[in-house]
Design a protein around this ligand. Structure first.
Ligand SMILES: [Mn+2]
Length: 372
């Protein structure tokens, strides 16, 4: 899918609905996502209290999808739902989104009584920086997931899954669920979903399908624009600007690639924020930012190279040093570092660096400082 892809006249929501008996093995094997209302009812049957999980260190798409899933399960399924996440919500915009639209959100570690018999994942699949085993220990099996990341084989073991990697945002899929189940979104839910689609698709320019455009249009009349503006332009701390300065000063340009790192991250998704920014450098089509947070080396990759695939790239670069994954334009990885060891952090960074230059045929290219 490209930016230039024209807007379809037929952009009405097209949801594939099938009774569960028609959800064939062939569909599942073909990794085909669809909404299966009967099956969703079936897998949630008997579970009155449901945990809904955003992905690790959730972004707006994940937060919005979680909120919409909670909304749906409460309104149409009569469940008591607790929305939660693991990791850290760091980006100022994301914190503002939570403050304004999801004040009830709590970290998983703050969930006091585990009085839940089922969990649902949104914008994530089992093994996405999130350990279903931990939940299994607490007797909270994951019964369903709705996601748009590349399909992971073990997801097939879940009783219900709707994974559609060709869609730009999980918020799009959740908008289709609300429409199919005739749940009119509240202004908070609609604003969250709209922002989720907007950020994941860069305002409908990246990895955007007709489904995304249709959902975006559907949500628009329900959006609270003042809240949206407040979320998109939050106050930024002085330490944010200091980290930004450090990242820019450290950045090196190798032809089409720009790479930087931050010693200690204030929060994990700062690497994504910096990678997004650096992709705007003139003449650059690949950007990478690395950083250290609580014993993990985080890597974020962005590319606008139509021939490139950031997900494949980062998996090849990281190899067995850690976990990696992503889409064709954006990807991420996490590598364990023993006990905040600065030397090991430097060594792993250098290893990744050498492999990146090799993968992109840039070993002969002399690196220069981005700013000097
Ligand atoms: Mn997403």
């Amino acid at each position: 899918m490209t930016v230039a892809e024209g807007r379809s006249r037929e952009s009405r929501v097209e949801v594939l609905t099938k009774p569960s008996e028609q959800a064939t093995d062939r569909d599942r094997a073909a990794n085909r996502g669809f909404i299966d209302p009967a099956r969703l009812h079936e897998v949630l049957d008997g579970h009155d209290n449901v945990l809904v999980f955003c992905h690790m260190n959730p972004d707006p798409d994940s937060l919005a999808s979680g909120l919409a899933m909670k909304h749906l399960l409460e309104r149409r399924f009569g469940k008591t739902v607790f929305l939660t996440y693991r990791g850290i919500i760091g980006r100022a915009q994301n914190r503002e989104m939570v403050r304004i639209l999801l004040p009830e959100l709590k970290r998983f570690s703050q969930v006091e009584e585990l009085d839940f018999s089922a969990a649902v994942l949104v914008d994530a699949q089992p093994q996405f920086g999130f350990n279903p085993e931990d939940l299994a220990e607490q007797d909270v099996p994951v019964v369903a997931c709705v996601d748009h990341h590349p399909f992971v084989d073990s997801t097939r073991d879940l009783p219900y899954f709707d994974v559609r990697p060709d869609l730009g945002a999980t918020s799009t899929i959740m908008t289709e669920y609300l429409r199919l189940f005739s749940v009119v979104p509240s202004s908070s839910v609609a604003t969250a979903l709209y922002y989720g689609i907007k950020t994941d698709t860069l305002g409908l320019t990246r990895r955007t399908s007709d489904h995304d455009r249709a959902a975006y249009e559907y949500l628009l009349p329900f959006v609270d624009h003042e809240k949206l503006m407040a979320i998109e332009s939050p106050p930024l701390t002085r330490s944010y600007f200091r980290d930004l300065r450090d990242a820019l000063q450290t950045a090196r340009v190798f032809g089409k690639l720009v790479v930087t790192h931050i010693g200690r991250l204030p929060y994990p998704d700062m690497v994504a924020e910096i990678a997004d920014l650096l992709l705007k450098v003139e003449g650059v089509s690949w950007s990478v930012c690395m950083g250290l947070f609580e014993g993990l080396l985080y890597v974020s990759v962005r590319t606008e190279d139509p021939e490139g695939d950031a997900g494949v790239f980062i998996r090849q670069v990281v190899g067995d040093l850690g976990q990696a994954g992503g889409h064709n334009t954006m990807a991420a990885a996490r590598l364990p570092i023993s006990a905040q060891d600065a030397a090991e952090y430097g060594a792993k960074r250098n290893t990744l660096m050498a492999r990146m230059l090799d993968r992109l045929d840039l070993t002969e290219v002399e690196g220069v400082d981005l700013v000097s």
